[in-house]
Design a protein around this ligand. Sequence first.
Ligand code: SAM
Length: 194
Amino acid sequence: MSFFDNVAPVYDLGMSALGMYKHQLIIESLELKKSDVVLDLAGGTGFIASRIAPFVKKVVVADMSKKMLQKASRYSTIETCYTDAVKTPFDDNYFDAVYCTDALHHIKRHNEAAAEIYRILKPNGRIAVIDFKTTGFFGKAIKWVEHTFVDDSVFISPTEIVQLFAAYNIIGSAKSISRMEFLFKGVKMEKNKK
Ligand SMILES: C[S@@+](CC[C@H](N)C(=O)[O-])C[C@H]1O[C@@H](n2cnc3c(N)ncnc32)[C@H](O)[C@@H]1O
């Protein structure tokens, strides 16, 4: 059983207490519309997706932890999908928007994830990623906590994430949003450079 299967029963309590859920920022960053079909990649318990659901046509939570997805299935307004983020069952050009919060470092295979996001996003589709910086006192502390208690997370810096997605023709920018986190926002360009 994975770390996230084990912590699923108490995950939302901990994250809410720490103020980690940033659904309002996701809604604003992706400029979500009532007609949008949206993917929460590695979306865990579906807490954020449940807050986003009223603003869109459909939101799907994709995750590789069955226990996290069991929690997500308590929300009737969202769909769930048990899948690896780097090889999903979704059609090409399916989603209007994709977001991934606090999870890209757990997915680890960043190039494969970016290629998959490119494949399933519609042209001009939007992406938002929130992840941890590993610089400064708080960033170093987060990295230590993740590596000590969770997994062999692979972190990406704000500069690197811009370059990563640009290589898959998803063009965007990253900015710091707290002492520990950054937000990457991007748009899938019409044609793939690769
Ligand atoms: C820290 S939780 C974040 C969950 C949610 N995005 C949030 O903000 O609360 C990380 C999630 O990533 C999922 N995960 C890790 N690697 C994955 C992969 N390769 N494919 C799909 N989900 C993955 C875990 O199961 C877990 O639910």
